[in-house]
Design a binder for this molecule. Structure first.
Ligand SMILES: NC(=O)c1ccc[n+]([C@@H]2O[C@H](COP(=O)([O-])OP(=O)(O)OC[C@H]3O[C@@H](n4cnc5c(N)ncnc54)[C@H](O)[C@@H]3O)[C@@H](O)[C@H]2O)c1
Length: 334
């Protein structure tokens, strides 16, 4: 059984990855400082609590375990905060990732799967966005991810590090078991915020801008189920372990939904009216971000299982409801 180090595996996407790795017969080990993650999202006996800023701690993981590959989910993820606190983002997302890569180089581990983002494209000239579209991030978060993509390419040249840069669009949904799901605090992602309205934790959802050049004036995004992200990672991991060269893929469904459409689906799934107010546009929000994932579909045979938005929302609602939020599972299909 290959031991896979999942850095940031107590977080939203990383914890789903751990489940996927177990399902696929790997032996995952999580390294996480629990700054935004949750220890109860990691199966017993698989969590090392540690910070990537601590070079000794991360080096000792590679000394003590025979790691076949590293999957790196640990970073700060809030675009708005990255604009007001850029150094926080460059320290954690860039400098701390360099610590991880140095530990890998020192111990000869040469397989790396990296959580990149659609934010590396900035405002696209053309949608759907393909992987060789211009890379022009518009905030420190996106810059921090693109910097690491460049570092990975340079490490490949220098010491043969083979990496998969996976550029996610909007991760959403929760594990079908209802046991793990999205728990960010503060929550900045659309679907969990809407579901907080449905569960009585917020009074309404604010739509930021309704005058974009889209069919209903609200921003259009591509939502991809977190378990589909995990299955794409496991295909990339298997390819790397089988000797593949470095790769870069978009991960999305290729279908855009406007904020109003997402709210409508959430109303249908939860049975709650979900009141809406309209606020100002947020700086740097492109009108449309929709992925072309044709490359990974074709090259690695990725087959998303939860592409319909309704299924994504149902799974997120199942998780939100199981967390004991204040309403019953109104409208949830079993
Ligand atoms: N959620 C999305 O829609 C989305 C979209 C695009 C890209 N991504 C990327 O996916 C990755 C995972 O996102 P997420 O939503 O699961 O975030 P998350 O905040 O839920 O998970 C990040 C995890 O990393 C840990 N961590 C952070 N800094 C650390 C450090 N210095 N040392 C050790 N552990 C540390 C946190 O405690 C947390 O468990 C991130 O790199 C993010 O940039 C996410």
């Amino acid at each position: 059984m290959s031991k896979i180090l999942v850095v940031g595996g107590a977080g939203y996407i990383g914890s789903h990855m751990v489940r996927e790795l177990l399902d696929k017969g790997y032996d995952p080990l999580v390294f996480d400082n629990l700054s935004t993650g949750h220890d109860d999202a990691v199966p017993d006996g698989r969590l090392i609590i540690g910070d990537l800023a601590d070079q000794t701690a991360i080096a000792s993981v590679f000394r003590n375990y025979e790691i076949s590959a590293v999957m790196h989910f640990a970073s700060f993820i809030q675009v708005g905060e990255s604009v007001t606190s850029p150094l926080k983002y460059y320290h954690n997302n860039v400098a701390n990732t360099l610590n991880l890569l140095s530990a890998m180089e020192n111990s000869g581990v040469k397989r790396f799967v990296f959580s990149s983002t659609a934010a590396v494209y900035g405002t696209p000239d053309v949608v759907p966005i393909v992987e060789d579209s211009p890379l022009k991030p518009e905030n420190p978060y996106g810059h921090s991810k693109l910097m690491i993509e460049q570092v990975l390419a340079d490490c490949d040249t220098a010491w043969g590090l083979k990496s998969a840069c996976l550029r996610y669009f909007n991760a959403a949904g929760a594990h079908p078991s209802g046991e793990i799901g999205e728990r960010h605090n503060p929550e900045s992602h659309l679907i969990p915020i809407i579901l907080q309205v449905a569960s009585g934790q917020r009074e309404f959802i604010t739509v930021n801008g309704n005058d974009y050049a889209t069919p209903d004036g609200t921003c259009v995004r591509d939502y991809v189920h977190v378990c589909d992200l995990a299955s794409a990672h496991s295909l990339a991991l298997a390819a790397l372990l089988n000797g593949s060269n470095s790769m870069t893929y978009n991960l999305g469904n290729g279908t855009g939904y406007s904020i109003r459409q997402v709210i409508e689906v959430c109303r249908k799934v939860t049975g709650h009216p979900i009141p809406v107010t309209v606020g100002e546009r947020r700086a740097g929000d492109p009108a449309q971000l929709v992925a072309s994932s044709v490359k990974i579909l074709r090259e690695l045979g990725w087959q998303p299982q939860f592409a319909e938005l309704e299924r994504i929302v149902e799974s997120a609602w199942r998780f939100a409801s199981s967390r004991g939020t204040s309403v019953a599972k109104k409208g949830l299909k079993s």
